[in-house]
Design a protein. Structure first.
Lengths: 189, 1195
């Protein structure tokens, strides 16, 4: 199933070299009725529409997973390392697109956090054969989502925020940017 | 690549189905559908057609359970370059379909069929089915070859059976052909080539290799035929040999092909079983297939031919095999890999097919958003082909994505809603629309999709679809579209409509947004009142706006109370108010808009509206109920942008609700400045049979009657029965504010006009007196003719006439007389539009007293009878007569200062109502000032003027013990008989009543111009002016003094002049009350006691000259006198008068003044009170009015 392809090399060569090995391209929050609450892209390119599509399509997977929640049972493999700290609501890799990876996180209130990255190396985030590398990465993602979640909680706790309405608070966007930047740093480790 | 591939595709026999000759489309479809049913023919059924010519190569054919599968290629298909590689790609049979009715010449048909078959070289079986042959053709057909098979006309079932037989025959023939082919291939071998093999000549080394490969390829192909023949076990055996050989020779492509075939054989063999082991096996083998296809990719001929499509096809096949929820992740990965591969596909149509398949698989998996995403890719690929048909395909594909993106056309939405059996509940939001509200936030994507639909449908030449897409785009996303873009969409709508036939309907509304504003509950002109047949006043107890919220007497059923009821009447136009809004930046013209009512008993009237950019408009849509029954109004039908659409109120309500929650982009009503409405409740509307209808108008124009304060005018109200039922009962009552201002209503006119036939008209006069501005209530006293009704709570300062009327108790058409179904009555409210202007305004009132001495004459100046002048003179010529002989006896003047702030001139007339009974004939005089020629006071605009009102005649004759002399009739003449009505207890109140009585007799009337006249309401002002000095005006002094010449002693000649009106018979006209000097003139002084007590006093008389010097006493006395002039002790009995005589001798001619004065001894309390003194010791001094004496003569 895992394989190297010449074509994929071609594709990768099309991407600018400046892109880091795993870079967050877009973060998004989708409400419990699948309504977009927040979508922020971190690329210079004018690909907002494309990212909208990516986020929109990822809802399929979240819908499916949300319907029969299979907890992300890292405990089976690494009970000491993760314990209960890893949030069960982290859905892991949702699906790979042509050049992106989409990760998801689902809160109890069915608010979805979606992360689109460009990392293509960790192809398989399958629970059953978590390699040490990918596990570390997944932990990073889980950590990222937790920070993202708390930022969201703070943003919607604003008394002037109307639930269900798009979040267009500048401070929230700045905080998310900070989290994204710090993720990039942490990922380099 | 081919569409619809699956692992099982490998065992399907392709048969081209070709129409031969002209066939009408429905017939072709019918025949094809009959054929397509026979996709699978069981081996057990074809055994009768099968003859084994030689030993069958398919040793393990499962005759009892196996089957042949067909794939019918309607219209045929081009040759595939890969048909050697995969035999199922070959067209192995050709079936022609011919409709005999349209192609009479069977020979021609046969020729045509033969030529059509020529292009299918690989076809092993060829048949032409001719349907519906005529009799001659049937005869003919017998002579034709085997290939032409005639289906005699029969019913459907028979034809079906016939066709089945034919298919079994074909299947058997094919099976036999396969056997032949396999036997030949096994014995002689075959040359199999693919486009992959190099076309150039091979080197010697390669030739050897190629030979080996050829063997393997032959085995693979035999395996293919085994599979097609329905023998998977045989196929498997050949495939395993083939794969072995291919692997050895490094022929990866064929190896992969053999593997793929083996998987197919496995599946066919294990038909119907789905165990995980099998799945794993299939997955494992297919992964290997994919891998080997990829391996066979050769860079050198990648430009010419690529195995990529096989790899992708294999991926899709595996994905389709695994396509279930539990394998979702794997399938997604496979499909995404396949989608990745699409970039490297050379052929655009391959890519198209790939995306179609990916979208379909995602759809099967339940990933609708991803399916929609790939459908969009498909549509984009279609759009790249510059071709109308491709555009149609693109449009149709995009139409499928609308559900996932929540931009469905309402036409499809309604279908889905109908299937889910949703009950529309007026106030509640259904869950479907909630979700769509939320998902509508993906506006970025939704707009793109709609724009693509618009583009594709324009290109596809489907104006209705284009219209619908543009409408959805404009309606839902106008806030995100620039004004230029909005105008572009508007012109797209217009362009699309130009190509549509007029009267086309679209399910999707465009602009404007329409919401229900209100249902005008009957205008007060046509109010319907439930009729209470048991009562005379039938409208009572059922009036809609009573003072009580709940009346125990009215028995309304509770079902009615929770929802507003609205009654419409057949034949009477009704209105519904809706609000339109155009939030876009262009001028919107709604060609027609009318209420859409589906119940069929309502005839709406269309109207045309134009809406400027960003504007809202509230319009009244009217219509006419035509038949009895309930009516519901779900929305409006709008003809705008050339297409008819229905705009539902419910949808806009949902939209507004969403906007209120911040879910929808924008509230179109609010952004156009229209205020938010509370939720409009849609009443239950029912239509009832016709009722009478009174229409009123004020004669002379319906404008307000402009009146000055206090003005009195008649207003004529004309009433017409505009209904089709006669008015049989009618009743007028008053309502509203200022009811008092309606002085009279001609009830009799109304009664006499009944019954009022339809179309009949009559007029009622109503007299109105304008009320005072600023005061809520008028003084209700004054004997106005008020019909005092219970006040209904209505606003507006004008009074209203309430006319309750009703038709006959039983409808003329109705046969059953049922008291419970009495047709309702109606209520007409006629507001009397009165506009009251400020008139004369009152500034202040003052009471003035005057002292003009009377002249001494032969008589007393009307002491007893104040009206003696009037009585004797017959016709009085003046109200107040200040003649020098009378003096100002008891005269007071009320001065009113009035100002005129208006711009007209007022003429003021004062009248005092003198109502008195005379002693003689008891007749009554009412004296009006105007009769006296009393001048009118004219007040110019912006000036003020004073009006004097004489208050002469109000003094009471008796000073009573209660010192309130009061007669119930206020009659000044009957002093002696009045004592019976004295009352000490309520004397104060009686005094007030007497004052009021006095005041009410004073009327200040005004006239302005020709028509305006009225009365000044100054009662309060007079009252306040009088209050302080009421006592002085009304109460007489305790003693009245008077002088006169002693009659007997004066010769008539001496009396020079006497008042004309004096009631002395002997006095000749022209005589004057003068006396001569140097003559002794006898005088008489009269003292009258006005109290009911005996009064003792000391009377003294003084005489003064013009200088005021006492000329009786002193050294310089100029008057000699005889008799007693001072200190005369007299006693006057109650209500009597005494006379004291004396004489004066004037030495010097001139004017003299006689004054009588008295000091009352032992004054009682009454007198003290009258004299306003408290001290008991203080003597009470009464002084009479001065009397003038003119002395003539020479000094």
């Amino acid at each position: 199933m895992l394989r190297k392809r010449r074509r994929s090399d071609q594709i990768r060569s099309l991407r600018p070299r400046s892109v880091a090995r795993k870079m967050i391209v877009c973060v998004s929050i989708v409400g419990h009725q699948n309504n977009p609450l927040f979508l922020h892209s971190f690329t210079e390119a004018d690909d907002a529409l494309k990212l909208h599509h990516v986020v929109h399509c990822s809802l399929d997977v979240i819908d499916e997973r949300g319907s029969h929640v299979v907890p992300f049972a890292y405990e089976i493999n690494n009970p000491k390392k993760t314990g209960s700290t890893l949030n069960e609501t982290f859905l892991g890799l949702l699906y790979p697109t042509e050049s992106y990876k989409v990760y998801g996180y689902l809160t109890n209130t069915k608010v979805k956090f979606i992360l689109v990255t460009t990392d293509v190396d960790v192809r398989d985030a399958d629970v059953r054969n978590v390699s040490a590398l990918s596990l570390r990465l997944l932990l990073q993602y889980a950590f990222f989502f937790r920070r993202f979640h708390s930022a969201y909680v703070d943003a919607v706790s604003n008394p002037f925020h109307v639930p269900g309405k798009k979040i267009n608070s500048r401070s929230f966007a700045e905080r998310v940017s900070t989290i994204v930047k710090s993720f990039g740093l942490g990922g380099a480790v | 690549m081919e569409p619809d591939v699956s692992i099982e595709t490998g065992c399907m026999i392709r048969i081209a189905v070709l129409p031969i000759g002209p066939i009408p489309q429905p017939h072709l479809r019918d025949y094809a559908s009959m054929l397509v049913r026979h996709r699978r023919v069981d081996l057990s059924n074809i055994s009768s057609f099968y003859t084994e010519h030689q030993k069958s190569p398919f040793a393990n054919q499962p005759w009892d359970s196996g089957s042949l599968r067909f794939k019918f290629m309607l219209g045929g298909s081009p040759l595939s370059p890969w048909e050697d590689f995969q035999s199922h790609r070959k067209i192995l049979g050709v079936i022609g379909i011919c409709h005999c009715a349209s192609s009479p010449d069977l020979e021609l048909v046969e020729e045509e069929f033969a030529s059509a078959c020529k292009s299918y070289t690989s076809a092993l079986v060829k048949r032409c089915f001719a349907f519906c042959p005529g009799d001659s053709q049937l005869e003919d057909g017998g002579r034709k070859g085997d290939n032409l098979i005639l289906f005699p006309p029969a019913d459907h079932q028979t034809q079906q059976f016939h066709l089945q037989t034919m298919m079994q025959d074909i299947a058997a023939s094919l099976l036999m052909e396969f056997e032949k082919w396999v036997l030949r291939a096994e014995s002689s071998g075959t040359i199999l080539k693919t486009p992959l093999d190099s076309q150039t000549s091979l080197s010697s080394e390669e030739v050897i290799k190629a030979k080996k490969r050829r063997l393997g390829r032959a085995q693979k192909t035999i395996g293919d035929y085994c599979l097609l023949a329905g023998s998977p076990v045989d196929a498997n055996a050949h495939y395993s040999t083939a794969s072995e050989l291919a692997r050895l020779t490094g022929d990866f492509f064929w190896y992969a092909g053999a593997l793929e075939g083996s998987v197919c054989a496995l599946l066919i063999d294990q038909m119907g079983q789905k165990d995980p082991v099998l799945e794993d096996e299939v997955r494992y083998r297919y992964n290997s297939v994919i891998l080997h296809y990829r391996k066979s990719f050769m860079q050198d001929n990648a430009q010419r031919v690529s195995t990529l499509s096989f790899e992708l096809e294999a991926t899709l096949k595996l994905a389709r095999f695994l396509c279930r929820r539990e394998h979702a992740k794997e399938v997604v990965e496979l499909l995404m890999t396949a989608a990745d591969g699409a970039k490297s596909l050379i052929d655009a149509s391959d890519r198209l097919i790939l995306f179609v398949e990916i979208a379909r698989l995602f759809g099967t998996l339940g990933y609708h958003r991803k399916a929609a995403f790939f459908s969009r890719q498909v549509a984009q690929l279609y759009m790249q082909q510059d071709d109308c048909l491709a555009a149609i395909s693109a449009m149709q594909v995009l139409a499928m994505t609308t559900k996932a993106y929540r931009v469905q056309s309402r036409a499809t939405l309604i279908k889905s809603l109908a299937s889910s059996d949703e009950i529309s509940d007026g106030g509640k939001l259904n869950p479907q629309s909630v979700v769509s509200l939320f998902e509508s936030q993906w506006s970025t994507l939704q707009m793109v999709v709609l724009r693509e639909i618009l583009l594709s449908s324009v290109r596809a030449g489907d104006p209705l679809a284009a219209w619908s897409a543009a409408a959805r785009l404009l309606r839902s996303y106008y806030p995100l579209i620039t004004p230029a873009g909005q105008s572009g969409l508007a012109s797209a709508l217009t362009n699309a409509a130009d190509r549509l036939p007029s009267g086309t309907r679209s399910a999707d509304p465009a602009l404007p947004f329409i919401r229900l504003h209100s249902f005008p509950v009957h205008s007060s002109q046509v109010d319907i009142v439930k009729r209470n047949p048991g009562r005379e006043e039938w409208w009572l107890g059922s009036a809609p706006s009573g003072p009580f919220i709940y009346t125990p007497l009215s028995k309304g059923d509770p079902a009615d109370s929770n929802k507003q009821e609205l009654i419409w009447i057949v034949g009477e136009p009704v209105q519904v108010v809706v609000e339109l809004v155009n939030p876009c930046g262009f001028d919107l013209t709604v060609d027609s808009i009318y209420l859409s009512v589906h119940s069929g008993n309502f005839d709406p009237f269309p109207m045309r509206v134009s809406l400027p950019p960003n504007s809202a408009k509230v319009i009244k849509l009217s219509g006419m109920p035509t038949a009895l029954g309930p009516v519901t109004i779900p929305g409006c039908t709008v003809h705008c942008f050339g297409v008819i659409t229905e705009h539902l109120f419910k949808e806009v309500d949902n939209l507004l609700l969403g906007a209120a929650q911040g879910l929808v982009l924008s509230d179109p009503f609010r952004c156009c400045g229209s205020p938010t409405l509370r939720n409009v409740t849609v009443p239950n509307i029912s239509i009832v049979p016709p009722l009478p209808l009174l229409v009123s108008h004020v004669v002379g124009g319906d404008g307000a009657v402009i009146l000055y304060e206090g003005e009195i005018r008649d207003v004529l109200i004309s009433l017409t029965n505009a209904g089709s039922v006669p008015v049989e009962q009618a009743h007028i009552s008053l309502s509203g504010k200022n009811q008092d201002s309606v002085i009279s209503v001609a009830y009799e006119t109304l009664k006499s006009a009944l019954p009022l036939k339809p179309g009949a008209e009559f007029t009622i006069p109503v007299t109105i007196k304008a009320w005072q501005l600023g005061t809520a209530d008028l003084d209700s006293a004054g004997g106005k003719n008020n019909a005092s009704m219970g006040r209904l709570s209505k606003d507006g300062s004008s009074p209203m006439l309430l006319i309750h009327y009703a038709g006959p108790l039983v409808q003329s058409g109705a046969t059953d007389v049922n008291s419970s179904t009495v047709p309702p009555g109606r209520r007409l409210v006629v507001p009397l539009h009165v506009c009251v202007l400020q008139g004369l305004s009152f500034v202040k009132a003052r009471l003035l007293s005057m002292e003009i001495p009377a002249h001494v004459s032969e008589t007393l100046p009307c002491l007893d009878n104040k009206y003696s002048d009037l009585i004797s003179g017959g016709k009085p010529d003046s109200l107040v007569k200040i003649d020098p002989y009378r003096g100002s006896w008891g005269l007071r003047l009320l001065e009113l200062e009035l100002s005129n702030p208006t711009d007209v001139v007022f003429d003021i007339r004062v009248s005092v109502q003198l109502e008195n009974k005379m002693k003689e004939d008891k007749s009554t005089f009412v004296v009006d000032a105007s009769d006296f020629g009393y001048p009118e006071t004219r007040i110019d605009r912006d000036y003020s003027a004073r009006v004097l009102i004489p208050l002469e005649h109000f003094k009471l004759p008796i000073l009573d013990g209660s010192f309130f002399v009061k007669d119930s009739k206020s009659d000044a003449n009957q002093g002696s008989s009045r004592s019976s009505s004295f009352s000490e207890k309520n004397s104060k109140a009686e005094l007030n009543a007497s004052i009021k009585n006095l005041i009410s007799r004073i009327k200040v009337k005004w006239q302005s111009g020709r028509s305006s006249s009225g009365e000044l309401n100054i009662k309060d002002a007079i009252l306040s002016a009088l209050q302080t000095s009421a006592m002085d005006i009304l109460l007489p002094d305790p003693l009245t003094f008077g002088f006169k010449f002693a009659k007997s002693s004066i010769p008539p000649a001496n009396i020079v002049d006497l008042p004309k009106e004096a009631n002395i018979l002997a006095v000749p006209p022209g005589s004057k009350g003068s006396i001569l000097a140097h003559e002794m003139t006898p005088f008489e002084v009269f003292v009258r006691n006005n109290t009911k007590e005996m009064i003792k006093m000391k009377l003294s008389i003084t005489c003064r000259d013009v200088a005021g010097e006492n000329c009786i006493d002193g050294s310089k006395a100029t008057v000699l006198w005889a008799g007693v002039l001072s200190g005369i002790s007299i006693e006057v009995p109650p209500l009597q008068e005494i006379m004291h005589a004396f004489s004066l001798y004037f030495l010097v001619p001139g004017e003299y003044t006689l004054v009588a004065a008295a000091v009352i001894d032992d004054a009682n309390d009454i007198l003290r009170a009258r004299a306003k003194t408290d001290s008991p010791d203080e003597p009470i001094f009464c002084r009479g009015p001065p009397f003038h004496v003119k002395v003539i003569g020479t000094a």
